[in-house]
Design a protein around this ligand. Sequence first.
Ligand code: PMP
Length: 928
Amino acid sequence: MAYRIPHALSPAAEPLDLGAGSNEPEPRPGSGGTRRAAAPPRRTRVSGLHLTAGAVVEAGRLLWWTAYYTMRWGLDRVSRSGGPDPRLRLATLLRGYLLRMGPLYMKAGQVLGTQSGLLSAEAAEEFRSFFAGLPPMSEPALRRTVDRGLPVPVAEAFASFAWQPVAVGSVAQVHRGVLADGTDVAVKIVKSGVRQRLEASTRALGTFLAAVHALCPPLRPYDLPGHFAELRPLLVGQCDMRQEAARQNEVARNFRGHPFLHVPRTYDHLCTDDVLVMEYVDGVPGMDPGQAGHPGPDLARRLQDVFYSMVFFHGRFHVDPHPGNILFRPGGQIVLLDFGLVGTLSVDDKWNLSSFYYACIRGQWQTATERFVRTFVANPERLVPHHEEYAEKLAAILRHHFQVQTSRWSTMEFFDDATRLLHGYGARASTRFSLLSLSLLTGEGFVTQTDPDINLYDNARRFTDLFSPYMSEAVREKFEHEIGGLSPRSMAARRDAAGYLVAPTHLDRYGLPSAFPLVITKATGAHIHDLDGNEYVDLSCGYGPHILGYAHPGTSRAIQEAVTRGSVNALGNPAELRLAELIAEAFGTGTKVILGNSGTEAVQMALRMARAYTGRQRVAKFEGHYHGFSDQSLVSSLFRYSGDAQSPNPVANSAGMQRTVVDETLVLQYGDPASLDRIAAHAGTLACVILEPMPVTTAAFDRSFLQQLQEVCARENILVIYDEVITGFRVRYGGAQHLADVTPDLTCLGKIIGGGLPCGAVAGRPDVIDIARTTGDPYLDIDTRAFVGGTMSGNSVTAAAGAAVLAHLKSHPGIYDELQRKTEWLAQELTTHAATSAIPCNVAAAHSIFSITFDHATPLLIRDRLAGSNFKANLALSYYMRKHGIYVPELHTMMLSAAHTAEDLQHVSRAFAHSIEEMKDDGFFTTY
Ligand code: PMP
């Protein structure tokens, strides 16, 4: 039995007037074939505020029942003589009051039902009936609603339908049914009259709050009407089953493949405004975790993990995670139900929230204080005059909750203390964070009911530890000993160098520095040797250039000869001509080339040329695509994203970036047709669109999207620039464009074309590249030509190395097939090992490029891949693999070269199998 209606509140016990009769719902347009259009609500003017007739009735009801129950409470206090506990009597009265007041107020009852810590057990029990045991609508009203609400007659939709509900909530009731094909379904039906009552009572409450705001100056800092205005659409939106089905599907997608959380699938062809038909899932109601047949502590920890995943990863959280909305199944499976109220955190909120928590966990109180204001405060300007005093008091609150009293952790108490402080300065928390605190209040209450001994803070720490980039103390110690012990000289060299060198790509890697960077003394083929005499099979290929392996004989010879003849730069040399010729030829007849010194430089050159060529200023790029470290390239690039997924806001990924450049960048989503519309909408100002045609994080390309992008841009005279700095000459002779069979206007190259020495190039349409060719007239050049040269561009040594590599690749086309075969083999091995060890792992691999994410889901967007992925596992994998003699670049894409032998790959495969088993034992993938 999945749901149960507690006897004390079975329908007969307390019939509730939900508006049958005068309040009977008017049919609404568009929600069923035979509906009449709704009559516009009558409006009344009360004290300067517009109220509908329904809201006036609700306001009357509010006043009447509030007065009535206050009086009963007063009488009860006066006549108190023995009998049940007074707090229990108050709870009974309050329950009656909330029931009378209707669906809006019943939510409060549901929250109270989870608060056994706050209320006595009996008092909390009073409110537990709000979870699923509220009065249903009358049978005639039910029949009318079902008749009207379904897109087809009941008999057509279902082979059988039970008119007796299995659960009744504040807004809807749930029935069982069987579809024509024999599928068991749960049918959620909005109770008749509820929509009107929610509309009216939220309007009445809004008016009441506006009046209180106007009449009570001390309450104004709380901005109750403002908060409520933001909440109202959410509350009223609970009655729209079509929207709810969409929310349910979104949450289901976020948890797809999750080891213990299930969201029932919906049958959308039967869903309408009033009816939601979904898969019927049997289970033990959340109210009875004892019946779940799984240890309570595990269930409680799992629940907390689920709630935290929704908040921190998905940014779509259940506002109402009370026991009535959750089922337990054998094996500790959890089923999440009822997506009437789902809160949203934007990608910026998530970033701010995580950065705030991490500062707290690391005891950085000043940083945490600044992040708290950025994250939670709706009107931070109010705090400015009292900044120091406020910061000190907030730091004390943070210290108290995050350091002193962790064994009694309560998010709600923390929010409470912090918001009280805010109010003292006339500031307030933003509404979405009030919603978040409501969700956590309910969720943590439920978790504690499931296991009264749970230490919420410890479990939260375990969760954040698992997904934070920082290693826990225990793991750090282990690594110090095991990995640090392997490479003491590299470690010492790094320590010494810190006094005179900053190396952001390796020794001091930006953002997430390596705990154990290596100092390499020798590299040959697919092997590298460090200062300590360790030898590793290398999976970095130096971030890409070494497709033939390190110290490839042909390349080394070319470099030696070039150096012996004298390194020539800032003068023409034959090697430069040869390299340009090889590149031009690889990209098709007529292609012209311009040489530079790095991938970053190639991109900078291409963007400048595009602006000069089109006479337009703005650049469009794709979220998560990396194009080097120039200002424009680092917009929404590696780690940090902002705004809606379909129309992201540009955001700097480094300090010191020029704000005007950031603001002038249009950020798009790869593969999303909306991006094409946005390009067209900005056509008048866009010089170019730059992208990784085959983003390395996914190791895949979307041919049809690339073709459409080409069409839109050609139509609007916008240049398309492919950044093939990694993929160029790696995935095929030429680049990903040859695999996809799409030709851009310009292609940026780097890495491989320098044969292991610094190099970059732009290849492409001759008329565009010619924008960098002098006119012979300095005055004209300055107005019409792009200047993009450098001292070392086309130098003889780099060019000789690059030309040697390209010539070798050209004459050995089998290398690419061989690389693809090796990639497929290794990807399959890694996937199989992960499956055998039952760890959540995705391997994205193609044409020698590998990317591993430790996540149960396979998100499409780069921003989502980063959100739910276990970063720390990536970092740790690198160290575990090192113990087995493999060098995996931490967080960077892995790559194979022609020098990797079958034996090397078998070594990698075995090392991976051992590493993930060890990581599993060390708790890196702990899921309860
Ligand atoms: N574009 C892409 C796609 C890259 O991967 C990189 C570097 N990894 C760059 C540009 C920048 O190249 P470089 O590091 O040589 O400046």
